[in-house]
Ligand binder design. Structure first.
Ligand code: UDX
Ligand code: UDX
Length: 434
């Protein structure tokens, strides 16, 4: 059985490498030649721990390859995993142009029976549309099945998430497709849940939205903690000890970003409303999340009053640690607000600076990029923590204090112990705790 992965972005490239690692014969394809050139040489165009090792090992073994030729890739494969992106449109719905485009190409190149598997996060009923599109454009005597196999990997731990999954969800409508999917995931058959296609699609969207809800919930509680004498971290710990609640995704702070949560919660709201279901619960979670940026900027103002002409050191730009991804990153929104107020920024991130430079190019006296957290902190009136990279937890705060103009930290991710930082002589602001 030959597997094709169409679209080698964050999800596709990891999936291609991991399917090969599971022993399958895999070919990855993308419209961007640079991504294919790099992947063919074992280089990942994104930063993802462990990915390049897997690419190199499996390219060498000979069961992984990459090609720019979509038609040939489709024709020579039995199972096609669609991993192209589904950007958010202005009304919050997902733009399905790329998925439709790929479906059409699959139809035109359908030479034998194939299973077309949707792996991207897509609105419920997308597979039905893919099926319809392929049916419309294929030759009459050719057969195929569609399936949904949503991906649950998290950026920053994508390879280990893929290779050690909590569950594999497979949505199918025929026994033939079911058998093929079970064969692909043979190794994980104890963790496989087979459903119909609509259910599989809902599981993915509903899981992401639930986790986003959980984060907004703790952020709401964090506001309540700030108005009282409570401590949000201990509150989260106490809540999390209840197994029904669980301790994960209860970290208060700047809120969720990334390519999934913000987009998925809006898309699911949109789908629900289109189907006549009141989705206010999800809309409220989105509103709370957007408000985190205002709350953070207010904290900075409370610390240093007027922002105009102040020097601000910004540590952490990626939407979460261990990735270079800045899609929907809180940093982008914060930076925009600070620039509007006339502040001068010195930015630092271990992996995401090249991506941020494309959005905010270097500009003398307004935006500079530092080589280290210490360089960013030089002469700064305030230091902001936006992403909780381990590197920041291990900072030599005495050294930071020496180089800053004012010893003030506003921590968007609660990475420091308030008492300890204050003992070192810092004024310290964080979320949901005094
Ligand atoms: C994933 C999921 O697939 C998406 O549904 C989810 O909401 C966000 O995360 P991701 O892999 O992160 O997408 O997106 P991206 O890194 O943009 O990868 C998509 C890839 O598809 C890109 O490399 C793009 O070049 C490629 N592509 C896009 C094609 O090969 N053909 C197209 O027609 C469109
Ligand atoms: C998410 C899902 O976890 C994954 O299953 C799905 O396949 C894709 O979407 P990802 O976006 O890569 O993964 O990262 P995740 O670790 O879920 O974090 C998302 C955002 O939530 C980040 O901005 C993170 O900083 C934030 N977050 C997470 C919090 O603010 N608090 C928390 O307690 C946890």
């Amino acid at each position: 059985m030959k597997i094709a992965v169409i679209g080698t972005g964050y999800v596709g490239l990891v999936s291609a490498a991991c399917f090969a690692e599971l022993g399958h014969d895999v070919i990855g394809t993308d419209v961007v030649s640079e991504k294919i050139d790099k992947a063919s040489r074992g280089i990942a165009h994104i930063y993802e721990p462990g990915l390049e090792d897997l690419l190199k090992t499996n390219l060498k073994k000979g069961n992984l390859s990459f090609s720019l030729d979509l038609d040939e890739t489709i024709q020579s494969s039995d199972v096609l995993f669609v991993c192209v992106n589904t950007p958010q449109k202005e009304d919050g719905s997902a733009d399905m142009t790329y998925v439709e485009g790929v479906s059409k190409r699959i139809a035109e190149n359908l030479n034998d029976y194939k299973v077309v598997v949707e792996k991207s996060t897509v609105p419920v009923q997308t597979s039905m549309w893919i099926k319809r599109a392929i049916d419309l454009y294929k030759k009459k005597d050719k057969t195929f099945d569609v399936a949904s196999n949503p991906e649950f990997l998290r950026e920053g731990s994508a390879v280990s998430d893929f290779l050690n999954p909590d569950r594999i969800i497979v949505g199918v409508e025929t026994e033939k497709a079911k058998d093929i999917m079970i064969k692909i995931y043979e190794k994980y058959k104890d963790r496989l849940l087979v459903t119909n296609i609509d259910t599989a699609e809902i599981i993915k969207h509903a899981s992401n939205s639930f986790l986003a809800l959980k984060i907004s919930y703790i952020n709401l509680i964090s506001e309540l903690c700030e108005k009282t004498d409570a401590n949000v971290e201990l509150a989260a710990k106490g809540m999390g000890l209840d197994e029904r609640i669980g301790s994960q995704f209860l970290r208060a702070g700047l809120g969720y970003g990334g390519s999934c949560f913000p987009k998925d919660i809006r898309a699911l709201s949109r789908i629900g409303e289109d189907l006549g279901v009141n989705m206010n619960l999800l809309k409220e979670a989105d509103r709370i999340n957007l408000k985190r940026i205002d709350v953070f900027v207010e904290k900075i103002k409370k610390a240093i009053w007027v922002l105009k002409d102040k020097k601000i050191a910004v540590l952490g730009l990626s939407f979460k640690p261990e990735t270079d991804d800045i899609r929907e990153a809180p940093s982008i929104k914060v930076i925009k607000r600070l620039l509007e107020e006339g502040a001068s920024l010195s930015l630092y991130d271990p992996k995401a600076m090249e991506n941020v430079k494309k959005v905010f190019p270097e500009k003398p006296s307004q935006i500079s990029y530092a080589k280290s957290p210490y360089e960013a902190a030089e002469k700064a009136n305030v230091l902001l923590i936006i992403t909780e990279w381990d590197e920041f937890r291990e900072l030599d705060l005495n050294k930071i204090k020496e180089v800053m103009a004012n010893s003030i930290i506003v921590d968007g991710r609660n990475i420091f112990e308030p008492a300890k930082v204050r003992e070192l002589g810092f004024e310290y602001y964080s979320f949901g705790r005094k």
